[in-house]
Design a protein around this ligand. Structure first.
Ligand SMILES: NC(=O)c1ccc[n+]([C@@H]2O[C@H](COP(=O)([O-])OP(=O)(O)OC[C@H]3O[C@@H](n4cnc5c(N)ncnc54)[C@H](O)[C@@H]3O)[C@@H](O)[C@H]2O)c1
Length: 438
């Protein structure tokens, strides 16, 4: 593998997709001195970013992403664009970070296709296309490459093509771009080496692999392994509940074993990565005749958790469902995140509403608009019969029992369904609340 280092100031990069991955990735390169143009089809997003506005909650060391964005805009190392023309003409390195949504269990390649076509529209000899999206195994070679080669240029000879999976967790993006080891493979050795040089500007530890497919598949399997582990602890939680023992105490104790690493149960599994992963694998598995029984069962267990959370609500309602109001606190797909994509909170809310229950949900970090979303804790709990905790966030007074007492319904015993291990049972009961913990 070639170890020649690139001079960041001479590196012109276009990052396609400025979402949870693309924006902090683009800024990470800008912070190292590269010239970066971020390209996104969302004009409103591009406009906001160019004005220094983002809802992301990332920090580069101690500096909030909003300040990093403003600094990099003012020193000219980063700018966002909805038209790719200039990026394609000026840049040599193209990084793709657009997503593959799953709709009704089917993956949708339209973003990848349109992004590849945009890049093909300006591809030049010597360019590198580095795919960093999480993909359906085989996609870089079988789907992206043919689109890029419609230009008449040959991958691996006229331009370079590589894949490196993105492993960051939202909230830790800047740190993990640098310090999380990354896997990388190229269509050929030159493609891989070119991509390694680009990646090395930001990422300290690279693990080269023998094929694009092994890295693509490893990423999907990494995500599915978390799905399976979470499904396992969600099952353990049901057992512990029936046995009247505390699953969180059990996990802490079990994890003192040096080779055991139980994850934590919760209201389900959300976000773009884990719930989608199985659906990236199943089409190929079906084609190859591999049943994936455990993986499908795990997904189903996690998909069923929101309905279980709702059963904890309905069994405590002091009034018929149609007269009941529930306050949902925390809507993000995980704690301290602004991302509510595929959030189990949205599933819980949907089940509550289907039962006829009125829902008022509060999450100060989530920017998405919903008719059931309110802007304060007070609005959420006013006349509510119970509270459901679905994500931890700064700025929510989870233990403001005096406020709860004052504003919540007086129709019967009040209750809290805690999916986040936030409460001490004795304290909750001392305030006269019923506690349902998972
Ligand atoms: N979010 C994470 O924590 C995370 C972690 C690891 C890997 N990933 C993977 O990274 C990829 C991106 O995830 P994300 O969370 O950043 O998604 P995102 O939805 O936040 O961002 C994707 C962006 O791509 C833009 N886009 C769509 N089509 C485009 C096109 N043709 N040209 C330019 N821009 C286009 C969208 O407008 C959007 O802003 C996905 O494959 C995801 O699975 C995400």
């Amino acid at each position: 593998m070639s170890t020649t280092k690139l001079n960041p100031e001479e590196v012109n990069i276009a990052v396609f997709g400025l979402g949870f991955v693309g924006l902090p990735l683009a800024l990470s390169y800008a912070l190292k001195g590269c010239n970066v143009i971020g390209v996104d089809i969302d004009r409103n997003l591009v406009d906001q970013l160019n004005r220094g506005i983002t809802h992301h909650l990332e920090k580069y060391r101690e500096t909030p992403i909003q300040d990093v964005l403003s600094q990099q805009l003012s020193n000219g190392r980063f700018r966002a664009a909805s038209d790719a023309k200039e990026a394609l003409a000026r840049c040599t390195y193209f990084i793709m970070t657009v997503g593959i949504p799953v709709i009704n269990r089917n993956h949708d390649m339209s973003h990848v296709e349109s992004c590849a076509r945009t890049i093909a529209g300006g591809l030049k000899k010597g360019d590198l296309v580095l795919v960093r999206s999480t993909v359906v195994p085989g996609m870089t070679r079988d789907f992206v490459k043919p689109i890029l080669e419609e230009t008449g240029l040959k991958a691996g000879e006229d331009f370079f093509l590589a894949y490196s999976s993105e492993r960051i967790a939202e909230g830790k993006a800047f740190d993990e771009f640098e310090n999380m080891p990354a896997l990388i493979a190229g269509l050929n050795e030159e493609s891989r080496d070119t991509a390694c040089r680009l990646m090395n500007i930001v990422t300290k530890e690279l693990h080269p692999a023998s094929s694009l497919e092994v890295v693509e598949t490893a990423k999907v399997m990494e995500n599915i392994s978390r799905d399976v582990n979470i499904a396992m602890v969600n099952e353990f939680a049901r057992f512990c509940e029936s046995l009247s023992i505390d699953i969180f105490e059990l996990i802490k104790l079990a994890n003192t074993h040096k080779r055991v690493k139980l994850l934590t149960p919760g209201p389900g599994v959300g976000g773009y990565c884990i719930p989608n992963a199985l659906h990236y694998l199943t089409p190929k598995a079906d084609e190859l005749g591999v049943p994936l029984k455990l993986l499908r069962t795990a997904r189903k267990i996690n998909e069923d958790v929101p309905a279980f959370v709702v059963s904890l609500v309905t069994r405590n309602l002091p009034v018929p469902a149609r007269e009941a109001k529930i306050a949902v606190l925390g809507m993000a797909m995980k704690d301290y995140s602004s991302d509510d994509r595929l959030s189990p909170a949205l599933d819980v809310i949907s089940h509550l509403k289907t039962s006829g229950i009125t829902v008022a949900a509060f999450d100060p970090a989530v920017p998405s608009e919903y008719e059931f979303k309110v802007n304060s804790l007070e609005e959420a709990i006013k006349d509510a019969h119970g509270i459901v905790i679905l994500a931890k966030q700064n700025g929510i007074g989870y233990t403001n029992f005096r406020l709860f007492d004052r504003l919540m319904s007086k129709a019967g015993a009040l209750f809290i369904v805690d999916t986040k291990n936030l409460y001490n049972r004795a304290e909750v009961e001392q305030h006269g609340f019923i506690l349902e913990a998972i």
